[in-house]
Design a protein around this ligand. Sequence first.
Ligand SMILES: Cc1cc2nc3c(=O)[nH]c(=O)nc-3n(C[C@H](O)[C@H](O)[C@H](O)COP(=O)(O)OP(=O)(O)OC[C@H]3O[C@@H](n4cnc5c(N)ncnc54)[C@H](O)[C@@H]3O)c2cc1C
Length: 298
Amino acid sequence: MASTNMAAEFKDFADFTQFNAPLGPHTPLGVGGSVEVLVQPRTRDELAAVIRRCSAKQLRYRILGGGGNILVRDEGVVGIVLRLVTPAFTQVSVEKRSVKAGSGATLTALIAHACRNGLAGLESLVGLPGTVGGALLLNAGDRNSDIGQLVRRVEVIDSQGNVQTREHDEIRFTSSGTILDDPVLISAEFSLDNDNRDTITKRLRKAWIQYKATQPFSYQSTARIFKNPPGLNAGALIEQAGLNTTKVGAVAISERNPNCLVVESGATTRDVLRLVDLVRTRVHDRFHIELELAISVW
Ligand SMILES: Cc1cc2nc3c(=O)[nH]c(=O)nc-3n(C[C@H](O)[C@H](O)[C@H](O)COP(=O)(O)OP(=O)(O)OC[C@H]3O[C@@H](n4cnc5c(N)ncnc54)[C@H](O)[C@@H]3O)c2cc1C
């Protein structure tokens, strides 16, 4: 149950707030309990007002994108979760050689928009699940390129609830994620190159086929489990440890990618965590390597 305090603090925001809202369905895995307060602001002003209230009252909040990197505990999440899913946060627009996308827009929408307008550079990200905000915070990509390299500037909301612009040089893009000193990303502008639409489409198709060949089937509910240890491949270690057919309850290692798990109906977060522990222990016993979780447990 949401505490009486929370209900009182969020009374002004009742039109776009839900209490004890199931959170699992907002993530691809679909498992886990409810969050105390779920806020889905309809405008930047509403978002800013919520951030100001949380800062003033020292209330903990988190931002949920597509949830591809989030595992919600069965007991649920204490505090506030914000989702930026209304049109104010999902628009994509093109101006000359740049594309601007709201942080709640999907990566797919961003890439499709760029391609339609003859703008190249994002092709290697095709197929990755999630939103622009989530992909940027994780600096998604592969060893050769990442989304951060293409960012010209971003708009954020600072902890006082003010909209600020941060240029590329003010942001630290690292291989394990983007370090943003502000709590909420609201949009990002990407510098791209002009190219022929058909050529971009061909590159997209090739990248998509290569990516999908190594991923679980698209009808499966899935998550990438571990980060690759430096110079190594987590999936290969899992396979070499003989774990690629491992199953705990209704959660199994994907037969197409040993570093992904797939959940079947009836799965719980507890099953996921038990499978994670089992894999970690076996890989450690065999190779003395500590695998680090790629997903965050909320
Ligand atoms: C099957 C599968 C395959 C994958 N393959 C790859 C791959 O090949 N390469 C790769 O790099 N990644 C890969 N990923 C990871 C993927 O990049 C991330 O899961 C995805 O980009 C996260 O986006 P999301 O919108 O789901 O973010 P979420 O999981 O919702 O959030 C991720 C983080 O970003 C924060 N966040 C989200 N939006 C905002 C915002 N607006 N402001 C502030 N913080 C925010 C969240 O609080 C959280 O900390 C894969 C994931 C899956 C499930």
